[in-house]
Design a protein around this ligand. Structure first.
Ligand SMILES: Nc1ncnc2c1ncn2[C@@H]1O[C@H](COP(=O)(O)OP(=O)(O)OP(=O)(O)O)[C@@H](O)[C@H]1O
Length: 238
């Protein structure tokens, strides 16, 4: 039986580079359910926080701990970048890869990948080289690949930046479907409308500090942090 990897606990977790704090110290527990949106001005430390949670960066001090040892947690979490790196292969092979690399026979992996591509609206593009897909299609492909092993948690760093309305709508639908199927989501966005559409709860980061960790309704209607209030009003935070 696969053990649950959540909750994820951060205790005084801090990331520094060359003596400069990028984010932290952060104390936070991510429970097993939820759709969390991470907001904050440019350079606030949002990406640094996600990278530290996912294990792409080790905390310089403090702890980041899953409910199971990190090596066991790794296969149950996935990360989608703003500009996903795709293999120079077909869309189908890109999605089948996470399955074959974990030992699934190629034929079964390709059948599962074909289904996954269909579910994100790329059924007709399965045999196209990933390289030739549009920006929105590449992001859908990245999502199909990230979701193919049904991760317990999916991290996303501005997956819709620079996409058009239709692609954004499709991607939000994919994310809500994955969430309804049980994947916990943790996503950075600069798009306030998107945050309001998707968030169940919000983390607001400013100057590397966690200024708010609130239910979405409370955060958007009456933010307790003066910085979050100013940010939502459209003020420039420095
Ligand atoms: N590897 C690194 N070495 C040194 N500084 C870094 C490194 N990565 C990020 N930074 C700096 O740390 C700060 C936080 O960056 P981060 O990318 O986490 O912020 P962000 O909130 O995601 O920003 P944005 O919204 O612009 O993407 C920024 O000032 C950035 O320049």
């Amino acid at each position: 039986m696969v053990e649950q990897i959540l909750p994820l606990r951060l205790a005084g977790a801090k990331l520094t580079r060359r003596g400069r704090t990028l984010v932290g110290p952060i104390d936070l527990t991510l429970g097993p359910q939820g759709f969390t949106i991470v907001m904050g001005p440019n350079g606030a430390g949002k990406t640094s926080l996600l990278r530290m949670m996912h294990g792409l960066e080790r905390p310089s001090s403090g702890r980041v701990e899953w409910a199971v040892p990190e090596v066991q947690a790794r296969p149950s979490q996935a990360y989608v970048f703003q500009h996903p790196t795709l293999m120079r292969r077909t869309a189908l092979d890109n999605v089948a890869y996470p399955l074959t690399v974990h030992g699934m026979p190629r034929k079964e992996a390709r059948a599962r990948a074909a289904e996954a591509l269909k579910s994100v609206g790329l059924g007709d593009s399965a045999l196209k080289m990933a390289y030739y897909l549009s920006g929105g299609e590449r992001q859908k492909l990245a999502l199909a690949r990230a979701l193919i092993r049904k991760p317990e948690i999916l991290f996303l760093d501005e997956p819709c930046a620079s996409l058009d309305g239709r692609a954004i709508r499709d991607i939000e639908h994919i994310l809500l479907t994955a969430h309804a199927a049980g994947t916990r989501i943790m996503m950075i966005t600069h798009d306030h409308g998107q945050a309001r559409r998707l968030a169940e709860d919000v983390l607001f980061i400013h100057h590397g500090q966690l200024h708010a960790a609130d239910q979405a309704d409370a955060f958007f209607s009456d933010p307790q942090s003066p910085e979050a209030h100013a940010f939502l009003k459209g003020d420039i935070l420095i």
